[in-house]
Design a protein around this ligand. Structure first.
Ligand SMILES: [Zn+2]
Length: 338
């Protein structure tokens, strides 16, 4: 039988949570074996706040990934305590982005920013240094399905005030956010996850509670999902892949106050291939995962290739015995060859 194959430039993941210590050791291979580079989020415990934190974290990651040719792209967290000098030294140390979480919106964001306007000098320095601003775009305190919508004003304000600052609205989840990003200048882009292209809120709470689908921002309506799919397959360079893969051990997901996050690194690329195939858009898949993001970040395209094969399988139920990966036990049409 002739197995359909898809060979393309090695992809990038422009939003991943690798954690640290033992968890890092466990989950890193799922990312490093597939992606040439990944933008590593700073919300570890303790968080990555400045150049020296980022340098230490980068060497911890590199120490775990051996000779595999994986490059972690480092971020620092932008908090109320960040000052322009923090940005300057981090940029000189090779940090490519600053991640802003409004306070309390997701995992380990208790130290998040309380007043975006108070950070305008910091954003000005990021603009001068060429550092990308990554936004968890949800407004704290609003109704959970409307938090992204309420945040869009702040995004428009930032884009207007800092015309040369590159801004990424992370993990888009709504049609309104897609339209806002489309309407803003080309300095504003967005990442889209694999799970937001597959799930709606029904897959979280529509039947029995699905804790492994629970994430922030919440998956929303079928119309929102359709808008995200349309954006992903559009070929528009404003939209590129960021998995937001966020591992939590099973007891912290399957409990009375479960953590938000979908651990998608082991399956994201095959799942995405399935989405693009279903939309008859496989010709635009490589640009979404290996092209647009690198160009937005000013990085050269990756060397080397990866091959996917259309050989249906069922997602593994466990990863390292301690995590439930996205699509566990579900049919997945594509797999990474080799
Ligand atoms: Zn995230």
């Amino acid at each position: 039988m002739n197995v359909p194959k898809l060979t393309m430039r090695r992809p990038d993941d422009f939003h991943v949570h690798l954690r640290d210590g033992w968890t890092l050791k466990q989950v890193l291979p799922a990312t490093a074996e597939v992606f040439a580079r990944a933008l590593v989020m700073p919300n570890t415990t303790p968080p990555i706040l400045n150049a020296s934190d980022a340098i230490r974290y980068r060497s911890e990651i590199l120490g775990e990934c051996g000779k595999g040719g994986f490059t972690p792209l480092m971020t620092i967290q932008i908090t109320d305590a960040t000052v322009p000098e923090t940005v300057r030294t981090a940029s000189q140390a090779g940090v490519v982005a600053g991640k802003l979480y409004p306070v309390g919106v997701t995992t380990n964001s208790e130290n998040g920013a309380t007043d975006i306007k108070a950070l305008y000098q910091v954003f000005g320095e990021m603009e001068r240094a060429g550092m990308v601003l990554c936004l968890h775009g949800e407004e704290p305190g609003e109704f959970c399905l409307e938090r992204e919508s309420y945040f869009l004003d702040a995004l428009e304000g930032l884009a207007g005030s800092f015309p040369r600052l590159r801004i990424v609205l992370e993990h888009l989840s709504s049609e309104e956010a897609v339209e806002t990003v489309l309407a803003l200048p080309e300095t504003v882009a967005a990442t889209i996850t694999a799970h937001h292209l597959v799930l709606t809120l029904d897959d979280v709470i529509g039947g029995k509670l699905q804790p492994h689908h629970f994430c922030k921002p919440l998956p929303k309506t079928p119309a929102d999902r359709a808008a995200l799919i349309e954006a992903a397959i559009s070929g528009n360079p404003k939209f590129f892949f960021g998995s937001d893969s966020a591992p939590h051990r099973i007891p912290t997901k399957e409990c009375a106050d479960g953590a938000a996050g979908v651990f998608s690194a082991p399956t994201a690329l095959p799942v995405l291939a399935g989405v693009f195939e279903h939309e008859d858009a496989l010709d635009r898949f490589e640009a979404f995962v290996s092209g647009h993001g690198a160009r937005f970040y000013g990085l050269s395209p990756n060397e080397g290739a990866i091959t996917l094969e259309r050989r249906p399988w069922k997602g593994r139920l466990r990863y390292c015995g301690e995590y439930v990966p996205f699509m566990a036990g579900k049919p997945i049409d594509w797999r990474v060859a080799g």
